[in-house]
Unconditional design. Structure first.
Length: 247
């Protein structure tokens, strides 16, 4: 009985030491991964990295991690598209969960078999993609999009200001628009067209109300999947396969 008690005490102590060692190791690995991702993606701040699963050490010895979660604040993605400001668009929150992350022994490369996640773009950022101003020389109407907001029922409210021969309409007009994703592009399309006080050709009005934003370089090559309208912006689902995290 005494030998059994000693064995149990030793087992408990060793188990506790293993847990401590495992947690220390995973903490070090998370910090190292975060710094490497920051360098690879040219980020201004260090991302949050969480390695899921226990024990970590057995995963590390096998060269593959089950799940890794990554969170990036204020990610600057390259853009192009109608009316887009040259350069970048800020993604407020980019969160991704990587599955089956295979890495080299030196941790110089890491690739996830699959990835899913979400990205949030504020209306203020999306507004940069809207055409700032258009003029119909025949009618003398000048119009521009001045605001985007949640229109309810999954629609974006697009607010337009207009002037007719130099006279500004007394009130802005609004239209509800649908938002969608096609490939790497977010598209906003008016369900119906606003009345600007004069008859205009549809393509003239849509040159203001309809716009798109191409997002070129999400981290590791993950791609846009679908989009939903939210209170403060649009929430985009992202996905990918063979996603390069490091190297």
């Amino acid at each position: 009985m005494r030998a059994l008690r000693i064995f149990l005490v030793v087992a408990v102590i060793l188990g506790g030491l293993f847990v401590i060692a495992d947690r220390v190791a995973v903490g070090f690995a998370e910090d190292e991964a975060a710094n490497r991702i920051k360098t690879t993606e040219g980020l201004t701040s260090t991302p949050d990295v969480t390695i899921e699963g226990f024990p970590f050490l057995t995963q590390a010895l096998g060269g593959e991690l089950d799940d890794v979660k990554i969170g990036i604040k204020d990610y600057e993605a390259s853009t192009s598209g109608t009316g887009a400001a040259a350069g970048t668009i800020r993604i407020d929150d980019l969160n991704a969960e990587m599955h089956g992350v295979v890495f080299s022994g030196s941790y110089s490369t890491a690739t996830a078999n699959t990835a899913t996640g979400t990205a949030t773009i504020s209306y203020a950022e999306l507004l940069k993609a809207a055409k700032t101003e258009t003029t119909d020389v025949t009618t003398g109407v000048t119009a521009q999009v001045v605001g985007l907001s949640d229109g309810g029922n999954g629609k974006i409210k697009v607010t337009v200001e207009a002037t007719v021969f130099g006279t500004k309409l007394p009130q802005p007009v609004s239209v509800l628009s649908s938002v969608s994703v096609e490939g790497d592009t977010v598209k906003v399309h008016a369900d119906s067209l606003p009345s600007l006080g004069v008859d205009l050709a549809e393509d003239t009005v849509r040159s203001v109300t309809d716009f798109e934003q191409k997002i070129d370089d999400l981290p590791g090559g993950i791609q846009l999947d679908k989009v939903e309208v939210a209170k403060d912006g649009v929430d985009i689902s992202v996905k990918g396969s063979d996603v390069r995290l490091v190297g």
